[in-house]
Design a protein around this ligand. Structure first.
Ligand SMILES: Cc1cc2nc3c(=O)[nH]c(=O)nc-3n(C[C@H](O)[C@H](O)[C@H](O)COP(=O)(O)OP(=O)(O)OC[C@H]3O[C@@H](n4cnc5c(N)ncnc54)[C@H](O)[C@@H]3O)c2cc1C
Length: 319
Protein backbone atom coordinates (compact mmCIF):
# COMPACT_ATOMS: atom_id res chain seq x y z
CA UNK A 1 0.00 0.00 0.00
CA UNK A 2 2.93 2.32 0.72
CA UNK A 3 2.29 2.85 4.39
CA UNK A 4 2.69 6.29 5.97
CA UNK A 5 4.43 6.72 9.30
CA UNK A 6 3.66 9.48 11.80
CA UNK A 7 6.68 11.43 13.15
CA UNK A 8 6.14 9.67 16.51
CA UNK A 9 7.51 6.40 15.00
CA UNK A 10 10.97 7.98 14.60
CA UNK A 11 12.14 7.34 18.22
CA UNK A 12 11.07 3.69 17.90
CA UNK A 13 13.20 3.27 14.77
CA UNK A 14 16.19 4.70 16.70
CA UNK A 15 15.57 2.53 19.79
CA UNK A 16 15.26 -0.60 17.66
CA UNK A 17 18.62 0.17 16.02
CA UNK A 18 17.15 0.32 12.49
CA UNK A 19 17.29 4.06 11.80
CA UNK A 20 20.12 3.67 9.25
CA UNK A 21 18.30 0.74 7.60
CA UNK A 22 15.14 2.85 7.48
CA UNK A 23 16.97 5.73 5.74
CA UNK A 24 18.57 3.26 3.32
CA UNK A 25 15.07 2.31 2.13
CA UNK A 26 14.75 5.91 0.86
CA UNK A 27 11.47 6.92 2.54
CA UNK A 28 9.83 10.12 1.37
CA UNK A 29 9.52 12.78 4.11
CA UNK A 30 5.90 13.81 4.63
CA UNK A 31 5.06 17.45 5.39
CA UNK A 32 1.79 16.69 7.24
CA UNK A 33 -1.83 15.60 7.03
CA UNK A 34 -4.79 17.38 5.49
CA UNK A 35 -8.29 16.21 6.27
CA UNK A 36 -11.86 17.12 5.36
CA UNK A 37 -13.45 15.28 8.28
CA UNK A 38 -16.48 16.59 10.13
CA UNK A 39 -16.87 19.45 7.64
CA UNK A 40 -16.17 19.99 3.95
CA UNK A 41 -13.31 22.35 4.81
CA UNK A 42 -9.77 21.07 4.87
CA UNK A 43 -7.95 21.09 8.20
CA UNK A 44 -4.17 20.85 8.15
CA UNK A 45 -1.71 19.33 10.59
CA UNK A 46 1.81 20.36 9.57
CA UNK A 47 4.48 18.05 11.00
CA UNK A 48 6.95 20.96 11.26
CA UNK A 49 5.65 21.61 14.76
CA UNK A 50 6.24 17.99 15.85
CA UNK A 51 9.27 17.31 18.07
CA UNK A 52 10.40 14.57 15.65
CA UNK A 53 9.90 16.65 12.51
CA UNK A 54 8.52 15.03 9.40
CA UNK A 55 6.42 11.91 8.94
CA UNK A 56 7.30 9.40 6.22
CA UNK A 57 5.87 7.61 3.19
CA UNK A 58 7.41 4.15 2.89
CA UNK A 59 8.47 2.04 -0.03
CA UNK A 60 7.35 -1.01 1.91
CA UNK A 61 9.26 -3.55 -0.21
CA UNK A 62 12.54 -1.62 0.22
CA UNK A 63 11.85 -1.05 3.94
CA UNK A 64 11.23 -4.77 4.62
CA UNK A 65 14.35 -5.66 2.64
CA UNK A 66 16.49 -3.24 4.66
CA UNK A 67 15.04 -4.59 7.93
CA UNK A 68 15.96 -8.14 6.88
CA UNK A 69 19.52 -6.98 6.09
CA UNK A 70 19.75 -5.24 9.48
CA UNK A 71 18.62 -8.46 11.17
CA UNK A 72 21.27 -10.44 9.30
CA UNK A 73 23.95 -7.91 10.31
CA UNK A 74 22.82 -8.43 13.91
CA UNK A 75 23.50 -12.17 13.56
CA UNK A 76 20.11 -13.57 12.50
CA UNK A 77 20.22 -16.54 10.11
CA UNK A 78 17.68 -15.81 7.39
CA UNK A 79 15.88 -18.65 5.57
CA UNK A 80 13.68 -17.63 2.65
CA UNK A 81 10.43 -19.45 2.00
CA UNK A 82 7.04 -20.23 3.43
CA UNK A 83 6.23 -21.92 6.70
CA UNK A 84 3.78 -24.71 5.91
CA UNK A 85 3.12 -26.42 9.24
CA UNK A 86 3.86 -26.35 12.92
CA UNK A 87 4.15 -29.54 14.95
CA UNK A 88 5.51 -30.62 18.32
CA UNK A 89 4.69 -28.40 21.27
CA UNK A 90 5.97 -25.67 23.61
CA UNK A 91 9.71 -26.02 24.16
CA UNK A 92 10.03 -28.36 21.18
CA UNK A 93 8.29 -26.97 18.10
CA UNK A 94 8.93 -28.58 14.72
CA UNK A 95 8.47 -25.99 11.96
CA UNK A 96 8.19 -27.21 8.36
CA UNK A 97 9.34 -24.64 5.78
CA UNK A 98 10.23 -24.59 2.06
CA UNK A 99 13.83 -24.26 3.19
CA UNK A 100 13.73 -27.35 5.45
CA UNK A 101 12.58 -28.33 8.93
CA UNK A 102 13.47 -26.25 11.96
CA UNK A 103 13.28 -26.93 15.67
CA UNK A 104 12.51 -24.15 18.08
CA UNK A 105 11.77 -23.58 21.75
CA UNK A 106 9.63 -20.55 20.99
CA UNK A 107 7.75 -19.46 17.86
CA UNK A 108 6.81 -15.88 16.88
CA UNK A 109 4.04 -15.62 14.27
CA UNK A 110 4.59 -12.47 12.14
CA UNK A 111 2.64 -13.68 9.09
CA UNK A 112 0.23 -10.72 8.94
CA UNK A 113 -3.57 -11.05 8.80
CA UNK A 114 -3.25 -14.74 7.91
CA UNK A 115 -1.78 -15.59 11.33
CA UNK A 116 -0.68 -18.78 9.59
CA UNK A 117 0.96 -20.41 12.63
CA UNK A 118 -1.34 -19.19 15.40
CA UNK A 119 -4.39 -20.52 13.55
CA UNK A 120 -2.82 -23.97 13.54
CA UNK A 121 -2.66 -23.66 17.33
CA UNK A 122 -6.39 -22.93 17.53
CA UNK A 123 -6.30 -19.12 17.77
CA UNK A 124 -9.23 -17.39 16.03
CA UNK A 125 -9.56 -13.90 14.58
CA UNK A 126 -12.39 -11.77 15.98
CA UNK A 127 -13.38 -9.44 13.16
CA UNK A 128 -14.68 -6.23 14.74
CA UNK A 129 -15.21 -4.30 11.55
CA UNK A 130 -15.52 -5.51 7.94
CA UNK A 131 -14.09 -2.38 6.31
CA UNK A 132 -12.33 -2.94 2.99
CA UNK A 133 -10.15 -0.67 0.88
CA UNK A 134 -10.18 -0.23 -2.89
CA UNK A 135 -6.58 0.60 -3.69
CA UNK A 136 -4.97 2.01 -6.85
CA UNK A 137 -1.54 3.42 -7.69
CA UNK A 138 -1.60 6.35 -10.10
CA UNK A 139 1.16 7.68 -12.36
CA UNK A 140 1.48 11.45 -12.93
CA UNK A 141 0.53 12.45 -16.51
CA UNK A 142 3.44 14.89 -16.89
CA UNK A 143 6.02 16.12 -14.38
CA UNK A 144 6.32 14.53 -10.90
CA UNK A 145 4.04 16.13 -8.29
CA UNK A 146 5.65 17.43 -5.10
CA UNK A 147 2.79 17.60 -2.59
CA UNK A 148 3.94 15.20 0.16
CA UNK A 149 0.97 15.68 2.49
CA UNK A 150 -1.44 12.85 3.21
CA UNK A 151 -5.00 13.76 2.26
CA UNK A 152 -8.05 12.22 3.96
CA UNK A 153 -11.58 13.06 2.85
CA UNK A 154 -14.80 11.76 4.38
CA UNK A 155 -17.71 11.01 2.00
CA UNK A 156 -21.23 9.66 2.68
CA UNK A 157 -20.23 6.00 2.46
CA UNK A 158 -16.62 5.95 3.60
CA UNK A 159 -13.42 7.96 3.29
CA UNK A 160 -10.59 8.52 0.82
CA UNK A 161 -6.87 8.47 1.45
CA UNK A 162 -4.16 9.65 -0.92
CA UNK A 163 -0.41 10.02 -0.45
CA UNK A 164 2.65 10.22 -2.63
CA UNK A 165 4.94 7.19 -2.80
CA UNK A 166 8.74 7.54 -2.89
CA UNK A 167 8.70 6.47 -6.59
CA UNK A 168 6.42 9.38 -7.59
CA UNK A 169 3.14 7.45 -7.92
CA UNK A 170 0.12 8.44 -5.89
CA UNK A 171 -1.30 5.80 -3.59
CA UNK A 172 -5.10 6.18 -3.58
CA UNK A 173 -7.55 4.24 -1.41
CA UNK A 174 -11.30 4.35 -0.83
CA UNK A 175 -12.27 2.83 2.54
CA UNK A 176 -15.84 1.58 2.70
CA UNK A 177 -18.02 -1.43 3.56
CA UNK A 178 -18.02 -4.54 1.34
CA UNK A 179 -21.59 -4.01 0.07
CA UNK A 180 -20.75 -0.48 -1.17
CA UNK A 181 -17.46 -1.66 -2.70
CA UNK A 182 -19.21 -3.97 -5.16
CA UNK A 183 -20.54 -0.98 -7.12
CA UNK A 184 -17.33 1.05 -6.82
CA UNK A 185 -15.16 -1.75 -8.24
CA UNK A 186 -16.50 -1.53 -11.79
CA UNK A 187 -14.76 0.91 -14.16
CA UNK A 188 -17.78 3.24 -14.23
CA UNK A 189 -18.40 2.93 -10.49
CA UNK A 190 -14.76 3.74 -9.63
CA UNK A 191 -14.69 6.86 -11.84
CA UNK A 192 -18.02 8.01 -10.42
CA UNK A 193 -16.83 7.49 -6.84
CA UNK A 194 -13.65 9.54 -7.53
CA UNK A 195 -15.66 12.28 -9.24
CA UNK A 196 -18.03 12.55 -6.26
CA UNK A 197 -15.17 13.73 -4.03
CA UNK A 198 -14.13 17.31 -3.57
CA UNK A 199 -10.48 17.71 -2.48
CA UNK A 200 -9.45 14.23 -3.66
CA UNK A 201 -10.81 14.87 -7.17
CA UNK A 202 -8.74 18.10 -7.23
CA UNK A 203 -5.61 16.24 -6.23
CA UNK A 204 -6.17 13.58 -8.91
CA UNK A 205 -6.25 16.06 -11.81
CA UNK A 206 -2.55 15.66 -12.77
CA UNK A 207 -2.72 11.84 -12.55
CA UNK A 208 -3.73 9.11 -14.95
CA UNK A 209 -6.77 7.64 -13.18
CA UNK A 210 -7.54 4.78 -15.56
CA UNK A 211 -6.10 1.93 -13.46
CA UNK A 212 -8.76 -0.23 -11.77
CA UNK A 213 -8.56 -0.71 -7.99
CA UNK A 214 -7.87 -3.93 -6.13
CA UNK A 215 -9.68 -4.82 -2.93
CA UNK A 216 -7.96 -5.49 0.41
CA UNK A 217 -9.23 -6.06 3.96
CA UNK A 218 -8.81 -2.96 6.09
CA UNK A 219 -10.88 -3.55 9.22
CA UNK A 220 -10.08 -3.93 12.90
CA UNK A 221 -9.63 -7.44 14.22
CA UNK A 222 -8.12 -9.23 17.17
CA UNK A 223 -6.54 -12.67 17.33
CA UNK A 224 -7.75 -14.59 20.39
CA UNK A 225 -5.55 -15.58 22.07
CA UNK A 226 -2.56 -13.76 20.55
CA UNK A 227 -0.04 -15.85 22.46
CA UNK A 228 0.30 -18.93 24.61
CA UNK A 229 2.89 -21.36 26.00
CA UNK A 230 5.82 -21.26 23.61
CA UNK A 231 4.34 -18.89 21.03
CA UNK A 232 3.38 -15.28 20.38
CA UNK A 233 1.77 -13.48 17.43
CA UNK A 234 2.99 -9.96 16.56
CA UNK A 235 1.93 -7.20 14.17
CA UNK A 236 -1.14 -7.79 12.01
CA UNK A 237 -1.08 -11.47 13.00
CA UNK A 238 -1.99 -10.37 16.55
CA UNK A 239 -4.32 -7.44 15.81
CA UNK A 240 -5.27 -5.18 12.94
CA UNK A 241 -6.10 -1.50 13.12
CA UNK A 242 -8.19 0.86 11.05
CA UNK A 243 -5.66 2.53 8.68
CA UNK A 244 -7.20 5.85 9.78
CA UNK A 245 -5.12 5.38 12.94
CA UNK A 246 -1.78 4.91 11.04
CA UNK A 247 -1.03 2.34 13.77
CA UNK A 248 -0.07 -0.74 11.79
CA UNK A 249 3.63 -0.50 11.02
CA UNK A 250 4.61 1.28 14.26
CA UNK A 251 2.71 -1.27 16.35
CA UNK A 252 4.21 -4.19 14.40
CA UNK A 253 7.73 -2.82 15.00
CA UNK A 254 7.09 -2.19 18.70
CA UNK A 255 5.60 -5.67 19.19
CA UNK A 256 8.46 -7.31 17.33
CA UNK A 257 10.91 -5.60 19.65
CA UNK A 258 8.92 -6.54 22.77
CA UNK A 259 8.63 -10.14 21.50
CA UNK A 260 12.45 -10.36 21.43
CA UNK A 261 12.68 -9.14 25.02
CA UNK A 262 9.86 -11.44 26.09
CA UNK A 263 11.50 -14.55 24.61
CA UNK A 264 14.69 -13.72 26.56
CA UNK A 265 12.67 -13.35 29.78
CA UNK A 266 10.77 -16.60 29.20
CA UNK A 267 13.89 -18.57 28.32
CA UNK A 268 15.47 -17.17 31.51
CA UNK A 269 12.55 -18.70 33.47
CA UNK A 270 10.28 -15.66 34.01
CA UNK A 271 6.94 -17.40 33.35
CA UNK A 272 4.83 -14.36 34.26
CA UNK A 273 6.15 -12.27 31.32
CA UNK A 274 3.71 -13.71 28.74
CA UNK A 275 0.59 -13.03 30.84
CA UNK A 276 1.78 -9.47 31.49
CA UNK A 277 2.24 -8.88 27.73
CA UNK A 278 -1.18 -10.33 26.83
CA UNK A 279 -2.90 -8.17 29.49
CA UNK A 280 -1.06 -5.08 28.22
CA UNK A 281 -2.24 -5.83 24.68
CA UNK A 282 -5.89 -6.17 25.67
CA UNK A 283 -5.78 -2.82 27.52
CA UNK A 284 -4.01 -1.15 24.62
CA UNK A 285 -6.51 -2.51 22.06
CA UNK A 286 -9.45 -1.34 24.19
CA UNK A 287 -7.86 2.14 24.30
CA UNK A 288 -7.43 2.04 20.50
CA UNK A 289 -11.13 1.17 20.00
CA UNK A 290 -12.14 4.11 22.20
CA UNK A 291 -9.90 6.52 20.24
CA UNK A 292 -11.24 5.14 16.94
CA UNK A 293 -14.80 5.74 18.12
CA UNK A 294 -13.93 9.36 18.96
CA UNK A 295 -12.44 9.89 15.47
CA UNK A 296 -15.52 8.52 13.71
CA UNK A 297 -17.89 10.46 15.99
CA UNK A 298 -16.16 13.63 14.83
CA UNK A 299 -17.88 13.07 11.46
CA UNK A 300 -21.65 13.57 11.89
CA UNK A 301 -22.73 14.87 8.48
CA UNK A 302 -24.45 11.67 7.29
CA UNK A 303 -26.58 10.27 10.16
CA UNK A 304 -28.50 7.98 7.75
CA UNK A 305 -25.39 6.40 6.24
CA UNK A 306 -24.89 2.76 7.37
CA UNK A 307 -21.09 3.21 7.05
CA UNK A 308 -20.97 6.03 9.60
CA UNK A 309 -23.75 4.66 11.84
CA UNK A 310 -21.81 1.38 12.27
CA UNK A 311 -18.73 3.30 13.38
CA UNK A 312 -20.53 5.59 15.81
CA UNK A 313 -20.78 2.73 18.34
CA UNK A 314 -18.11 0.51 19.88
CA UNK A 315 -17.88 -2.86 18.11
CA UNK A 316 -19.14 -5.44 20.61
CA UNK A 317 -18.27 -8.86 19.36
CA UNK A 318 -16.65 -10.38 16.36
CA UNK A 319 -17.20 -13.16 13.88
C1 LIG B 1 -5.21 -0.23 2.78
C2 LIG B 1 -4.27 -0.20 3.94
C3 LIG B 1 -3.57 0.96 4.26
C4 LIG B 1 -2.70 0.99 5.35
N1 LIG B 1 -2.02 2.15 5.62
C5 LIG B 1 -1.17 2.18 6.68
C6 LIG B 1 -0.42 3.37 6.97
O1 LIG B 1 -0.52 4.37 6.28
N2 LIG B 1 0.43 3.34 8.04
C7 LIG B 1 0.59 2.22 8.83
O2 LIG B 1 1.38 2.23 9.78
N3 LIG B 1 -0.11 1.09 8.58
C8 LIG B 1 -0.98 1.04 7.52
N4 LIG B 1 -1.66 -0.11 7.25
C9 LIG B 1 -1.43 -1.29 8.09
C10 LIG B 1 -0.06 -1.93 7.81
O3 LIG B 1 0.10 -2.17 6.42
C11 LIG B 1 0.06 -3.25 8.56
O4 LIG B 1 -0.30 -3.04 9.91
C12 LIG B 1 1.49 -3.78 8.51
O5 LIG B 1 1.82 -4.11 7.18
C13 LIG B 1 1.63 -5.03 9.40
O6 LIG B 1 2.91 -5.57 9.23
P1 LIG B 1 3.17 -7.11 9.53
O7 LIG B 1 4.64 -7.30 9.29
O8 LIG B 1 2.60 -7.49 10.83
O9 LIG B 1 2.31 -7.91 8.44
P2 LIG B 1 2.50 -7.95 6.85
O10 LIG B 1 3.01 -6.67 6.34
O11 LIG B 1 1.20 -8.48 6.33
O12 LIG B 1 3.65 -9.05 6.64
C14 LIG B 1 3.42 -10.41 6.86
C15 LIG B 1 4.48 -11.19 6.09
O13 LIG B 1 4.35 -12.59 6.40
C16 LIG B 1 4.47 -13.31 5.19
N5 LIG B 1 3.79 -14.63 5.36
C17 LIG B 1 2.45 -14.89 5.36
N6 LIG B 1 2.23 -16.20 5.53
C18 LIG B 1 3.45 -16.79 5.65
C19 LIG B 1 3.89 -18.14 5.84
N7 LIG B 1 3.03 -19.17 5.97
N8 LIG B 1 5.23 -18.37 5.90
C20 LIG B 1 6.12 -17.35 5.79
N9 LIG B 1 5.77 -16.06 5.62
C21 LIG B 1 4.45 -15.78 5.55
C22 LIG B 1 3.82 -12.42 4.14
O14 LIG B 1 4.25 -12.79 2.86
C23 LIG B 1 4.32 -11.06 4.57
O15 LIG B 1 5.59 -10.79 4.03
C24 LIG B 1 -2.53 -0.17 6.15
C25 LIG B 1 -3.24 -1.34 5.85
C26 LIG B 1 -4.11 -1.36 4.76
C27 LIG B 1 -4.86 -2.63 4.48
Amino acid sequence: MGDSLAPSVTPLLHQTGVWEAFLASRPLPSAGNRAAWGSRWLGEHAFLREPWGTGWHLDRVAFDQQLRRAAERAGVRLLRGSVSSLGGGPGGWVVATDAGTLQAEFVVDATGRRAALARQLGARRRVLDHQIALVAFLHPIDAPIEDTTTLVEAVPDGWWYSALLPDGRLSLAFFTDPERARGARSAGGWSAAMAATDHTADRLKPYNVTSRPRTVSAGSSLLTPSGGRGWLAVGDAAATYDPLSSHGVGTALAEGRRAGELVCQLLAGDCSALGVELDRRMASYAAYLTRRLAYYRAELRWPDSPFWARRHVLPRSGS
